[in-house]
Design a protein around this ligand. Sequence first.
Ligand SMILES: [Zn+2]
Length: 442
Amino acid sequence: MPSLPNWPAATDELIRHLQALIRLDTTNPPGNEIVAAEYIAGVLRAERIEPVVLESAPGRGNVVARLKGRGDAPPLLLFGHTDVVGVEPQFWTYPPFGGEIHGGYLYGRGAVDMKGTVAMQLVTFLLLKRCGESLARDVIFAATADEEHLGSYGIAWIARHHPDLIRAEYGLSEIGGYPVYVKGRRVFLLQAAEKGTVWLKARAKGKPGHASMPHDDNAVAHLSRAVERIARRGLPFHLTAAASGFLDGFAEVAGPGVRLLKNPFLERLALRRAIPDESQRIAVYATLHNTATPTGLQAGIKHNVIPSQAEALIDGRTLPGFTTGMFLEELRPVLGKGIEIEVLQESPPLEARLDTPLYAAMVAGLRRHAPDAVVVPYMMSGATDAKCVAPLGIQTYGFSPLDLRPGDDIRSWFHSHDERVPLEGLAWGLPVFYEVVRDFCR
Ligand SMILES: [Zn+2]
């Protein structure tokens, strides 16, 4: 018979590993994630688990380990990145690489993004072995480099060069499994979709000339009008499965008015009425529309010269089900006639299914430990490493369970000063995560 974990001891272990990881500076660039990979490899070896340490480039360390199952089903992949974004230490209350604990929070760069989750995955992986769980499927754990900068030295590199190390049916990674408070009630977000990106340049052309002789065919003026239209009008409404599930769950706590958001004709009006919180409203809007955000303007060579062209940088984000071509078809009429579009970079949107046994296990796990809570699928408007494993057929959910108090604004901790994680919330999340992985894999 497998044994049950000792939760207080396991929580202490999680906190110890998280502190150790925070104290290893893996700011990317340059990354130097090898120090984190070696640390994790040492922990695994001490438990007689043999990891694979891979350097995609000097210093860019990745570590992968596997617990063998009976092979009755394809593996489950737990993955996370060990690099972090830079800091401005002068703005921190406590040292960003100190891993200090104050007032119930553990402070440090990576506390939530995402060394906390990596430590939780590591401890879960160790507990499965120690408790003698008999697994129907392999559990793979990968702690990888370079999510925060170029993205080419971490999980994407493994997917390309060593796909068999991480091939799995499902993946669990960052962003999701934590609550937002709506009317005092916890609504847990389970990330099941993420938007795609289309970064493009919009270019207007016109007639050059001397600025003292103004005319109507001015590229700067053409471009300005196009940018103004895109910022004011936005793009059409679309309801995806993840957004629909989100609105149904959200309506349970926020009130039936939220359901009006599913109606393309009422959506914009309903958004203002049903979701008074501005940051929640902006996030919900982004799950119902492809978006195109002007982020840069470039024109002009000299103060008294009318230039022959003007360019705007536009950051486009696409909903699941949309190709870049479909997105451009929506964008073109808003930009208007005569505006050229040049796509610079793109990545596809992702949507994991909501009717899988793993999704059901995550919902059940959260409900068991938070009986009063509502669990909803959630679409992230940014991008994660989930995109890098999707080509291997891996469906990834963002699931790193963490409980929060009403005043905890987790979104304001990511990439910010005083990044921190509540210890009670971690202690709550560890058994949730462990039980979901165990119950799904045994
Ligand atoms: Zn992250």
